[in-house]
Structures are given as C-alpha cells and as structure tokens.
Design a protein. Structure first.
Length: 199
C-alpha cells in the first residue's frame, strides 16, 4: 500500500504549483521528483540546481556524481536510498539571461511542505541531511550560530522516530572541503549502520 502511496505522492509533486519556485510561476522547467524506493535510509539535499531542473531528478550533476562516489565508498547502493530535497524546485538568481543557483529562503522552505509528508510516508530509520539548510529543515530548532562541522557524523535523535546523521553537501566538498571527504564517507557509513540496525 505504501508503494502505491509513494507513486501517488511523486505524481502529485509533478503538478505542484504552491510556491513562487514552481514552473507555473517562474522559469524553472520542472518540479524535481525524489528518487528511490521506500527505504530505511533517506538523504535530504538543499535544493535542485540547473542540472536537476533539466532532468527533473535530484543529484544528477557534478554534485550527484560526487554523491555517488561518497555512497560507493560508504558501501551504500544509491538505488536502495530515497533521495529528496528540502525544496523541490530550483531557487535561482537572475542577471540578464544568466541564472545562478542560490540557497532557498526561509519563506520558500516553509511554502514547500512536501518533506514532512515524505518522511511520514517513507518512515526511514535514518535521515541524512546534506548541509546546514537541510539540517535545519529536518531538525528545526537549532542554534542560529550553527556550525555544521560540529554535527557531522553524530547521531541526533529528536524523538521523531528516526535518527538524523548530518553530512556535508557534495557541492561544499567540491568548492571548499575535499579534505573533508573521508569525514563525509564516515558519516554516511554510520548512517548505513543505523539504517541496518547495527549502530
């Protein structure tokens, strides 16, 4: 039954127009549909980028390639993981004809209420937020002076029925933190153990 519910959720997402980022209200091409099956392991990114807007799938560009590498090193099969984003449409800034990715605003995050529904349907054992924006969306009330590095690789249990294991976002690793690759792999490996009931 839950599998058919997941199919319906993804179908409903395709026609979502509830916020200013939806294709009906701006220049985005698609609502980016989550990938993966019902799973005990859920990954939550921040938002789609240009590549994802073209493909209507999460993590298909350079960040997606690096995520694939991280998952492989952590002995995780991507096709067995449910992957989504905090917001389902690309936030961008436009200058002339050029559009650049940006962090979704608090208002945009609040307008896109799909993540809560996804978690309720998937019922994961572990949720891995990639980056500070995703961590705040998953965990809610965190200090304003949040330092993501203080949380990476820890197990956070907020009493929601799942464990949160924060990790660096692949785009951060590409831009600033190749030296943190091993830390990211260890965080994902810990999440795999939690999902399997071994941590």
């Amino acid at each position: 039954m839950r599998s058919s519910d997941l199919t319906l959720l993804k179908k409903c997402l395709q026609s979502c127009n509830t916020c200013a980022l939806s294709p009906q209200q701006c220049e985005n091409k698609y609502v980016v549909i989550p990938s993966g099956p019902l799973s005990s392991f859920m990954i939550v990114g921040e938002a789609p980028g240009a590549d994802e807007d073209e493909a209507a799938e999460p993590f298909v560009g350079r960040s997606g390639q690096l995520l694939d590498t991280l998952l492989k090193k952590a002995k995780i099969k991507r096709e067995q993981v449910y992957i989504t984003n905090v917001v389902k449409c690309r936030p961008y800034t436009k200058k002339g004809k050029f559009k650049s990715n940006r962090t979704p605003t608090k208002r945009e995050i609040l307008s896109c209420d799909w993540l809560e529904r996804e978690i309720a349907l998937i019922k994961p054992k572990v949720v891995v937020p990639l980056g500070a924006t995703a961590l705040r969306a998953v965990c809610g009330d965190l200090p304003k002076t949040l330092k993501l590095g203080d949380y990476i690789g820890t197990q956070m249990d907020e009493g929601y029925g799942y464990v949160t294991v924060p990790c660096y976002h692949p785009s951060y690793l590409m831009q600033h933190g190749r030296k943190f690759m091993d830390t990211a792999v260890k965080a994902l490996a810990l999440a795999r153990k939690v999902a399997q009931g071994n941590a």
